[in-house]
Design a protein around this ligand. Structure first.
Ligand SMILES: [Zn+2]
Length: 138
């Protein structure tokens, strides 16, 4: 597994350079990892999140195994945001990973989310990030 400093180096590849810096590492059950960073384009829908880029890289590997965890770190250029705030997946990524893990019957997938200063961490399941109610999960 990459350490957080390596993950921040991946986040530094985010585009454009003056905007959000977000890095993601998708970890599989065999220990193999897939990285991603954020690319902001003219519209939100045309942009790419670090979490989605990591998953797309996973799709490209014909020898891929089951993903078990995603590690996320980010620095968001938003009023009031600072380096102690934990970076969580956006709504689009929550829904995408929810669908992906549900369709592929991946249980207990977790998001390990960090602040940019690496001092604050929160680990969440898909269910905690995107709750659809009990009948859905039975
Ligand atoms: Zn996202």
């Amino acid at each position: 597994m990459k350490n957080l400093e390596e993950l921040k180096e991946i986040a530094e590849h985010s585009y454009p350079e003056s905007r959000n810096k977000i890095g993601a590492i998708l970890i599989c059950e065999d220990g193999k990892t897939y990285s991603g960073f954020t690319v902001r384009r003219s519209s939100v829908l045309g942009s790419t999140c670090a979490e989605r880029m990591a998953l797309d890289n996973w799709f490209q590997d014909k020898d891929r195994t089951k993903p078990i965890k995603l590690i996320l770190i980010g620095k968001i250029m938003r009023i009031g945001w600072n380096n102690t705030h934990i970076c969580y997946p956006c709504g689009v990524c929550r829904e995408l990973y929810h669908q992906f893990t549900h369709i592929n019957n991946i249980k207990d997938f977790t998001f390990e989310c960090y602040s940019w200063d690496s001092k604050h961490k929160d680990t969440k399941t898909i269910r905690e990030l995107l709750y659809y109610g009990d009948p859905f999960y039975e």
